[in-house]
Design a protein around this ligand. Structure first.
Ligand SMILES: *Cc1c(COP(=O)(O)O)cnc(C)c1O
Length: 341
C-alpha cells in the first residue's frame, strides 16, 4: 500500500480496476444513437431486469437520468413533490425549473425520508391558482440524510398514495444498490413500487461514467428524444457500458464491506473529542457534526496533513464516504489520524 492521498470526499472518486478496464477494452461497440451498440443494449436490459422494469436508457450522469425522468413526467406549470435536501432539487443546478419549467413542493424529511401522509398532504387540490401535482420523487439511499435507507413498508405506503392519486413515482436511486445490500432486498421489489428509477454506476459500483434510467418500454422510448436534446446521445458508448456491466456483476455484494468500514469510521469518530455527533450510519456515508468551537475548515486542514481528503457539508458538518479504494489498510490510516486529534 503506497501512502497516496486517501480520498473520502465521495464514492465517485474511484478509478476503474484493472479487471474493469480489461472488460472495457474487450467491449463490442456500435453507434448507440443508431441503437447499434450491443453492450449499451446489454447494460440497459440487465439493469432493467434487476429491477423488474421493462427498459433502460444509458446516460452520462445521474443528474441527466433524474432530469430526463422529471421532464418526461411533468409539463410547465406542474409540480414535483420532493424532499427539501433531495439531490434533484438541491444539487442539480435548478434543473427542474430550467429543463421542465416545473415547480417543487419541498417537504422536510427525517434524514431525507418522507412519510406517506406527508406526501399525500402535499398533493394540490384542483384549483386554478395551484400548480398541478404531476410527480412524486423519492431518494434512496438519501445523500444529505447521511446514506439513510427507507423502510420498505414506508416506500410501499408512499407508492399506495401515488397509485390512489394516479401520480407517477420516481426514485433517485443513485445509491439504490447500497440500500438493497443494507436491507437484503431484491431490486424487483422496488420495481413494483416505482414507475421510474435512476441508478448510478459511477458511485459505489465504481464505474468511471454512467447512470441508467429505468421504466416502461413506452416511457423509455419517450425519453430518448429528451436525452438527445440535452446532448446526451452517445456513440460508441459500449466501452463505458462495459464498465457498468462489470460493476453490476462484481461490485454489488462488496458494498457490504463499504458499509462495515463506514460503521467503523463512525465508532472512531464518536471517540474523537472534536466530534459532537455522528449521524446514524446505515450504508457508506458518514456525516458528523463538530463541536461549536471547532470549524470544519480547521478539522479538514488537520486531516489534509495526514493525507486525507473529506468534504465539508456546512460550517460544522463533514462527510466521509467509503468506497472501492478504501480497504482495511486505508481505514486503519484514517483511524490513526483521527486518534491524533
Ligand atoms: C451523485 C448523485 C446523483 C447523480 O450525480 P451525477 O454526478 O450527476 O451522476 C443523483 N442523486 C444522488 C442522490 C446522488 O448522490
Amino acid at each position: 500500500m503506497t501512502h497516496s492521498v486517501i480520498d473520502l470526499r465521495s464514492d465517485t472518486v474511484t478509478r476503474p480496476t484493472p479487471a474493469m478496464l480489461e472488460a472495457m477494452f474487450r467491449a463490442a461497440v456500435g453507434d448507440d444513437v443508431y441503437e447499434e451498440d450491443p453492450t449499451v443494449r446489454a447494460l440497459e436490459q440487465e439493469t432493467a431486469a434487476r429491477f423488474g422494469l421493462e427498459a433502460g436508457l444509458f446516460c452520462p450522469s445521474g443528474t441527466m437520468t433524474n432530469q430526463i425522468a422529471i421532464k418526461a413526467h411533468t409539463e410547465p406549470m406542474s409540480e414535483v413533490i420532493c424532499e427539501q435536501t433531495s439531490h434533484i432539487y438541491l444539487w442539480e443546478v435548478g434543473g427542474i425549473a430550467f429543463h421542465s419549467g416545473a415547480s417543487v413542493a419541498l417537504l422536510a424529511g427525517d434524514r431525507g425520508r418522507l412519510t406517506a401522509p406527508q406526501v399525500e398532504a402535499a398533493i394540490r387540490p384542483a384549483n386554478v391558482h395551484y400548480p398541478i401535482t404531476r410527480l412524486i420523487s423519492l431518494e434512496n439511499t438519501h445523500n444529505r440524510g447521511g446514506g439513510s435507507c427507507y423502510a420498505f413498508s414506508e416506500l410501499a405506503a408512499v407508492a399506495e398514495v401515488a397509485r390512489r392519486h394516479q401520480l407517477p413515482l420516481h426514485l433517485d436511486g443513485a445509491r439504490i444498490f447500497n440500500a438493497l445490500v443494507a436491507t437484503g432486498q431484491d431490486g424487483r421489489e422496488y420495481g413494483r413500487l416505482f414507475d421510474t428509477i435512476s441508478v448510478c454506476l459511477s458511485k459505489g459500483l465504481g464505474a468511471p461514467v454512467g447512470s441508467v434510467l429505468l421504466g416502461s418500454r413506452a416511457f423509455i422510448e419517450k425519453t430518448k428524444r429528451i436525452r438527445k436534446v440535452m446532448g446526451g446521445g452517445m456513440r460508441q458508448a459500449g466501452y463505458l457500458a462495459a464498465a457498468g456491466l462489470y460493476a453490476l456483476e462484481h461490485h454489488v455484494a462488496r458494498l457490504a464491506d463499504d458499509h462495515r468500514r463506514a460503521r467503523e469510521l463512525s465508532t472512531a469518530l464518536t471517540a474523537c473529542p472534536h466530534v459532537a455527533e455522528v449521524l446514524p450510519v446505515e450504508t457508506n456515508l458518514v456525516i458528523f457534526r463538530l463541536h461549536d468551537q471547532q470549524p470544519a475548515a480547521a478539522f479538514l486542514a488537520h486531516l489534509k496533513q495526514h493525507g486525507i481528503r473529506a468534504t465539508s457539508f456546512g460550517p460544522q458538518l463533514i462527510r466521509f464516504v467509503t468506497h472501492l479504494d478504501v480497504d482495511d489498510t486505508v481505514l486503519a490510516r484514517v483511524e490513526a489520524a483521527l486518534a491524533t486529534l
